[in-house]
Design a protein around this ligand. Sequence first.
Ligand SMILES: N[C@@H](CCC(=O)N[C@@H](CS(=O)(=O)O)C(=O)NCC(=O)O)C(=O)O
Length: 211
Amino acid sequence: MKLISATPSPYARKVRITLAEKGIPFELQTEVPWDSTTKTPQHNPLEKLPVLIPDEGKPVYESHFILEWLEAKYPAPQYYGIHPRTQDDLLFAKQVEVVSDGMCDACVMLFFEKQRENPSQEWNARQMRKVEGGLKALSDWVGEKDFLIEDRLTLADIAAGSVLGYMTVRFEAIPWRDQYPNLARYCDRLGERESFKSTKPYPQTITDRIV
Ligand SMILES: N[C@@H](CCC(=O)N[C@@H](CS(=O)(=O)O)C(=O)NCC(=O)O)C(=O)O
């Protein structure tokens, strides 16, 4: 199995953490999706990574769907299960992923807006509100807990941990660790896991102009 990924990608990191927690071997194919050398469009009509390429069968894309696919194809107890046991807890975990991915989307929008000749302050303010709203929601949900659900790592922590790790790399300017010390503690504790340590995000060098 292969995973097309990018070094800073919080979406790809969710998949990398899940593969590590489930103990599924895979080949990591790191690239920059905006560079002319990208292979992503060959596997995903939406031209976005991450893309999971199984040894047999069709490519799987959209990080939340890749995690669904992995949980279905590699179920507990043979593989670490990332879905909470009850339906309500699973729905809550998916809601945490919606908020976490939405924060990532807003961060990506901010990143692109900065590249524009005349960045729109209103547009940036709108995206920042989404990030700040998401941080408050995560902080309220985490409280003083180590894990969001069932006192073990689940989909919710993989999603929340990935966006917080991304903010650390991409948005040092946002003082979320001071604003939400409970989130900082939560993020650092998740960061002690091998699956988080081995997938730490770092900036990529984009050679072609993003158009
Ligand atoms: N909703 C998608 C978002 C993925 C995404 O935006 N990936 C970026 C790369 S990164 O921001 O994750 O590093 C991409 O491929 N962008 C290329 C494009 O948007 O054409 C997911 O969850 O997988």
